[in-house]
Design a protein around this ligand. Structure first.
Ligand SMILES: [Zn+2]
Length: 286
């Protein structure tokens, strides 16, 4: 027997119809079970909106297909519907896609990427308080790894070397080292705030007794974004022309076409050609 009743199927079609139709008749035309799920295809006739196939089953979302637009019978409509369901399942949540989307596909150091993926996978199955706490623990660990990945000893200068797991201090020294100058002051300030709040929040979550999925999810988003932001800073530092624009038309579409290297082997000049107006902009390094 089909799970849905005549009324449920009729109400569904009348609700979905663009023409405020009335259902004249609805009968289960055929039931399939070959994929391990009982699925019924109903044959539904309406007064003003033609005839429909309605497909429904135990764990299968209900949908309707016009008999006038699709010239197929129960067997085809069943295959078509189950094909769509399979494809929907295949495109369901993928932790790797989540990390890529939050970080705008930024290149991330492999060990950090792997851990972020594992946190993104974990959050999908969290139910109990302890699960949310362990999301906090893992976020904390990824931040400590981030600190170790971005920091090197020269960044401390005259200052004392931070302890191995002192993420906040390592991040602070990294920012001072790479984002010096007034041009970077807004960027520096927002990264600093984001760093502190993400670290503090991960720690709070680790001990929280009233966290829900939503706080844990926020923590994962913050942590993933922060790793993306630090990778962006690294990329900015190693992208020598990102700060320049064309001297003629101000376009940023520049390409290095030539350079001049001094006797010490260090680049003294870069010649950047504009993709928009073809003019050459000269950059002199002091
Ligand atoms: Zn130009």
């Amino acid at each position: 027997m089909s799970k849905k009743t005549f009324e449920e199927v009729a109400n569904y079609v009348e609700f979905q119809s663009q023409h405020k139709c009335k259902v004249l008749s609805a009968k289960p035309e055929q039931t399939f079970n070959d994929l391990g799920v009982k699925v019924t295809v109903w044959n539904v006739k309406t007064d003003t909106d033609g005839s429909w196939w309605v497909v429904e089953g135990d764990t299968v979302p209900m949908n309707l297909y016009s008999q006038d637009a699709f010239y197929f019978g129960t067997d085809e409509v069943y295959s078509f519907h189950m094909g769509i369901i399979e494809r929907m399942k295949a495109s369901a949540y993928n932790p790797e896609d989540y990390v890529n989307a939050v970080t705008l596909e930024t290149d991330i150091a492999p060990q950090l990427f792997r851990k972020l993926k594992s946190i993104a996978k974990l959050i999908d199955s969290t139910v109990e308080i302890e699960d949310f706490q362990s999301v906090g623990v893992q976020c904390r660990e990824v931040l400590i790894d981030l600190g170790n990945s971005i920091y090197f000893a020269e960044m401390a200068g005259e200052n004392e070397q931070p302890q191995a797991s002192n993420f906040k201090r390592k991040a602070e020294l990294f920012i001072q080292f790479y984002l010096a100058g007034s041009d970077n002051s807004d960027y520096r300030s927002i990264i600093k705030k984001l760093t502190e709040s993400t670290w503090d929040y991960s720690n709070k979550l680790t001990h929280s007794h009233n966290a829900t999925f939503y706080e844990a999810s926020t923590c994962v988003s913050l942590c993933t974004s922060l790793v993306g932001a630090y990778e962006n800073i690294r990329q900015k530092v190693f992208d020598p022309i990102s700060q320049y624009k064309c001297k003629t038309c101000t376009s940023k579409k520049l390409e290095i076409v030539d350079d001049e290297v001094g006797e010490d082997g260090i680049v003294k000049k870069l010649f950047l050609q504009c993709e928009e107006c073809s003019d050459i902009t000269e950059i002199i390094f002091k």
